[in-house]
Design a binder for this molecule. Structure first.
Ligand SMILES: Nc1ncnc2c1ncn2[C@@H]1O[C@H](COP(=O)(O)OP(=O)(O)O)[C@@H](O)[C@H]1O
Ligand SMILES: [Mg+2]
Length: 470
């Protein structure tokens, strides 16, 4: 791999305007995780040919590697807006959507369309993931006219969206991700490790919700905003769902795509409706997953629509549009540095919780969960945890997938069931690069050079660059 990468570098240096060659180089860089070089190469292509679809898809892949999933989605959707038959963009987008709950149908459709255009885009791993999706519980937005409703752990106001003019306009369907968070069964006990964070969530979210009367007695209002941030794949979405399962209050969740839909629909009105729904159902947690999709500075991508939507969101959080007592806004992001500082002012997301990568104990707990229901022979999760420093929960899932592929191959050859072993998993771990390191590289820069009001102190503590209690 690195030999051909070097060869491509040389060749590209010789003919710096050879687009196909630059694209080959970019591909090789991506395959080798040379993210910066990939980006630079793709930008060179775009400087020469600004509408180059595959280079734009490449930049989306760069964004994925940097943990900026929401940015990647927006980029890919934009490519498809301009070039509706770009199969590569469809496959990449499908890959991102397949892990987003509630987006299974769209992921499937995109992949099928891509294959119709070009059989050579077939992707076994993606196909497997698509096949593992549960059958669609709900019709797609387009089929249902978009009438999907709100979600609560205890309420049933789903129907309230079926009436009047709540139906979304056009294709930019709006929904609150019913399939995402419908009566979350997940509890804290289903989340491996993260004990400190669980306790913090109990202190900052669950107890105040449970004892709102007590809060009032002391003249304190319940509500406000809490931001969960950290490297991708480390359980932010998972712990939020589990919070919904733990909590007695109502819980409304907006995933990435509901947020992006608002951008596309330019819908400040929808934003207001979501907050109103939360206010009517207080005490209530209003969860925005990948909130950077909303708060990010994306002037390059969605110029005019953006400012209004952001201003609306801020006004809602400030309570300018209605009384927010009993509404707790929870946000999650991989890219806190892309969040407009205006979002962190008092009364908005003024509390931040860092979700670190799992430690060895947590990795063992996660591995134990993942081994459930698989043919295993004498599995030692602690031994696997030892060999997987810096691995996120999602990375561990990758290790299980890799090892499973190996034994499946073996099983196909012999026709016998081959169990997974600790050793096979450890071997698979050597073939998987942990994804959290790249995140910390970026985070470190922001934490060192723009640590306003100690926002990143927890990151610095984690990196050992700041003592606790500072
Ligand atoms: N603490 C954990 N316990 C069990 N599984 C985990 C844990 N952290 C991550 N995972 C696995 O990794 C996947 C990705 O986690 P997710 O919550 O989506 O990460 P994030 O939102 O931080 O990017 C989860 O769906 C789950 O399979
Ligand atoms: Mg997430």
């Amino acid at each position: 791999m690195s030999l051909s990468l070097d060869a491509l570098r040389l060749a590209a240096a010789q003919s710096p305007t050879n687009l196909p060659l630059l694209m080959l180089l970019a591909d090789a860089c991506l395959a080798d995780m040379q993210v910066d070089e990939a980006r630079q190469t793709l930008e060179r292509v775009l400087a020469l040919e600004p509408r180059h679809a595959l280079a734009r898809v490449g930049l989306a892949r760069v964004a994925v590697l940097e943990g900026k999933t929401s940015e990647a989605v927006v980029r890919l959707e934009k490519v498809l807006e301009d070039e509706s038959d770009c199969g590569e963009a469809m496959v990449q987008l499908s890959r991102l959507l397949v892990t987003e709950e509630g987006e299974g149908t769209r992921a499937r459709q995109l992949y099928q369309k891509a294959l119709e255009l070009d059989r050579s885009l077939a992707d076994e791993a993606l196909e497997r993931d698509l096949n593992q999706l549960p059958p669609d519980k709900y019709p797609t937005n387009a089929e249902a006219g978009g009438k999907r409703g709100g979600v609560t752990a205890g309420g049933d106001f789903m129907e309230s969206w079926e009436d009047e003019d709540h139906a979304p306009r056009g294709g930019a369907a709006f929904d609150l991700g019913l399939s995402d968070f419908e009566r979350p069964k997940l509890k804290f006990s289903d989340v491996g490790g993260m004990e400190d964070l669980k306790e913090m969530i109990r202190m900052k979210i669950l107890y105040p919700m449970q004892h709102s009367e007590l809060f009032k007695a002391y003249g304190k209002k319940m509500g406000g905003g809490v931001l969960l941030y950290g490297p991708p794949g480390c359980g932010k979405t998972l712990i939020s769902k589990a919070t919904a399962g733990e909590i007695q209050a109502n819980f409304i969740a907006l995933g990435l795509h509901q947020i992006l839909d608002m951008w596309i629909g330019n819908s400040e009105k929808r934003m207001h409706e979501v907050f109103e729904l939360a206010r009517k159902n207080a005490p209530c947690v209003l969860f925005f997953d990948e909130v950077d999709a909303l708060a990010a500075d994306r002037r390059d991508l969605r110029q005019s629509a953006g400012r209004n939507l952001i201003n609306q969101f801020l006004a809602e959080m400030d309570g300018a549009e209605g009384d927010n007592e009993g509404v707790l806004v929870l946000g999650a992001t991989n890219a806190p540095w892309h969040i407009d500082p205006a979002f962190r002012r008092p009364g908005r997301f003024d509390r931040a919780l860092f979700v670190p990568p799992p430690d060895a104990e947590a990795r063992a707990a996660i591995a134990t969960v993942m081994a459930r229901g698989k043919p295993m022979a004498g599995f030692d999760p602690v031994a696997l945890a030892k060999k997987t420093p810096d691995f996120s929960g999602a990375d561990l899932k990758g290790v299980f997938d890799l090892a499973t592929e190996t034994v499946l191959e073996e099983a196909m050859k012999t026709g016998k069931l081959v169990p997974l072993t600790t050793k096979l998993l450890q071997q698979a771990a050597t073939r998987h690069k942990p994804t959290t390191k790249a995140w910390f590289e970026s985070a470190k820069n922001y934490a060192m050079y723009s640590n306003q009001a100690g926002f990143y102190d927890e990151v610095l503590q984690y990196l050992g660059l700041l003592k606790k209690g500072n």
